[in-house]
Design a protein around this ligand. Structure first.
Ligand code: ZN
Length: 317
């Protein structure tokens, strides 16, 4: 039977302040701003997509910058840490780079007895990690100014804290084509495809406080499905299990369904295509404000109210 869910597509978070967000993700981490659009459900708010050169699924972190939003709190029922993949030999480079830009990284730690990582937070307090591994065959991000031997390869994993792991595990393995691939103490690692970029770590954390959404917290995680037919099939499968997904929604660059998993995290399943080059050329991704047809008549008004932003990576060399 065809696999309907293949891995992680993107992760979307909320932040306070637009330019600071661009400076951190493009400037310090060296991601490419591949799309500058608006929140399709609230067009007075930007939606920034960052990723590799093309914004390939599995490389995309996106933000809704709500000016003045109150800071959220990490906790259970939430995706608390997003981990990117870099080569083992890049540890010194990244430690020095983060320090140079006053990003406070914790000392290296180990997970599963083999995986070294450093934890740090973005300016809004969003939990991030760089995991060091040489098993990632994806090409390095080559846009921007990070030397290729050190640049990010994409996501490695995402960490979700739950009251209990069983129901989420059942959803992932029963309806979403994931398998349990490792477990240590309270950490259960699942993957739809057993490669870096697709690991979902469910942490059974009954003692944690409940997460509160706000600035510096994740809004949802999207999983990838190949196309419209597989998306329809997975939607039907979810409905058969009393999960109530939204209708298929057009997000221009993919189509999506959304639903809450049993622990409270908002899940999305997004098609792998058509991708970000449908409304601007690959060379100019992210440069101009792109709007879906329904908001095009509001362009002048939106441009006047959204804060002016730019990608200035020179100061982060
Ligand atoms: Zn999304």
């Amino acid at each position: 039977m065809q696999q309907l869910v293949t891995g992680i597509h993107h992760i979307t978070a909320m932040c306070n302040g637009s330019q600071r967000n661009i400076d951190f993700y493009c400037g310090i981490l060296g991601l490419r701003l591949v799309k500058k659009t608006v929140n399709f459900d609230a067009p007075d708010v930007y939606h920034f997509y960052y990723g590799d050169e093309s914004g390939a699924p599995g490389s995309i972190i996106t933000f809704f910058p709500f000016e003045g939003i109150i800071k959220g709190r990490r906790g259970k029922g939430m995706l608390n840490t997003t981990t990117f993949s870099v080569p083992v030999a890049s540890l010194d480079y990244w430690q020095q780079r983060l320090q140079r830009f006053s990003v406070n990284a914790k000392p290296p730690q180990e997970r599963f007895g083999q995986e070294t990582f450093i934890y740090f937070e973005d300016p809004d307090g969003l939990g991030l990690e760089l995991v060091l591994n040489d098993n990632d065959t994806r090409p390095p991000f080559s846009y921007g100014h990070i030397p290729l031997e050190h640049s990010i390869r994409g996501f490695f994993s995402a960490e979700i804290w739950e009251e209990g792991y069983e129901k989420t595990a059942e959803l992932l393995t029963g309806q979403m084509d994931h398998t349990l691939i490792s477990q240590h103490e309270n950490r259960y690692r699942f993957a739809a495809t057993n490669t870096p970029g697709n690991y979902v770590d469910v942490l059974c954390s009954p003692d944690a406080l409940k997460g509160l959404s706000g600035g510096g917290t994740v809004h949802h995680i999207a999983f990838a499905t190949p196309d419209h037919d597989t998306q329809t099939a997975v939607r039907t499968r979810l409905m058969g299990q009393s999960i109530n997904p939204t209708p298929i929604l057009d997000r221009s660059y993919f189509t999506s369904i959304y639903f809450r998993e049993p622990g409270g995290v908002l899940f999305e399943i997004a098609t792998s295509g058509p991708g970000f080059a449908i409304d601007e050329t690959p060379e100019h991704l992210g440069e101009a404000l792109r709007l879906p047809p329904q908001y095009e008549p509001m362009r002048a008004e939106l441009l006047a109210s959204l804060p002016a932003v730019s990608v200035n990576i020179e100061q982060f060399r």
